[in-house]
Structures are given as structure tokens and as C-alpha cells.
Design a protein around this ligand. Structure first.
Ligand code: FES
Length: 112
């Protein structure tokens, strides 16, 4: 899987993608879209990415990739794809998923 992720990035001529219409460079160390979004100094909710994973998947890193809603932490940055990050419905959906994840985390902490 790791090889596949890097294959998608390394074998394209231009290492960039579009986030909300803005051209963003893909760094060689970006493994997922969360990394690319953050290295572009943009904000995305991703509480279970690298931390809090023991409480399960939060589903709150939702973005639209080429017209399809997907999780940014589960997708590699792919050259020239179009990402929608800050649209009202996506922001609202991310907020709801963070609330659900917080409740789930609180419940899980009682048993850990
Ligand atoms: S960061 Fe939690 S599912 Fe993506």
C-alpha cells in the first residue's frame, strides 16, 4: 500500500494539486492528504490521525476529492486532483463527526 501511495506522487510530472481552487505543492514526505493540507498551512480536523487512534476512527477529516466525499487521512495526495476543503456543508459535517467522536472517546475512556 505504501508503495502505491508513493507511486501516485512520484510518477507524475507536476507535484501539485488544488485545494479550494488554490494550487498547492505536494511535498515528498506527505503520505496522506492530511499531511498535504497541513503543510499548505491549511486547517483540517483530524483528531484520530496519528493521535487518539486507540479510540477508533473519527471520520472527521472529510473532504471532497474530484467530486466525491472521502477521508483525507485515508487517501494519498494525487497530482492535479481537486480537493474541496472549506465548503459550508463539509465544515458542518466535520463538526458533527467531531462531536460524535468526542462522545465516543469519553465513553471509551471510562472503560480504559
Ligand atoms: S483523521 Fe480520523 S478518520 Fe481521518
Amino acid at each position: 500500500m505504501k508503495f502505491y501511495f508513493h507511486f501516485l506522487v512520484y510518477f507524475c510530472e507536476m507535484k501539485f494539486l488544488w485545494i479550494d481552487g488554490e494550487k498547492v505543492e505536494i511535498n515528498d514526505r506527505d503520505k496522506t492528504l492530511v499531511d498535504t493540507i497541513r503543510s499548505a498551512k491549511k486547517s483540517i480536523t483530524a483528531p484520530c490521525y496519528r493521535t487518539l487512534r486507540q479510540f477508533g476512527t473519527c471520520n472527521s477529516c472529510l473532504v471532497e476529492i474530484n467530486g466525491e466525499k472521502k477521508l483525507a487521512c485515508g487517501n494519498p495526495p494525487v497530482c492535479e486532483e481537486e480537493i474541496v476543503l472549506n465548503r459550508a456543508d463539509l465544515i458542518e459535517e466535520r463538526k458533527q463527526k467531531v462531536k460524535v467522536f468526542k462522545k465516543h472517546k469519553e465513553m471509551m475512556e471510562k472503560y480504559l
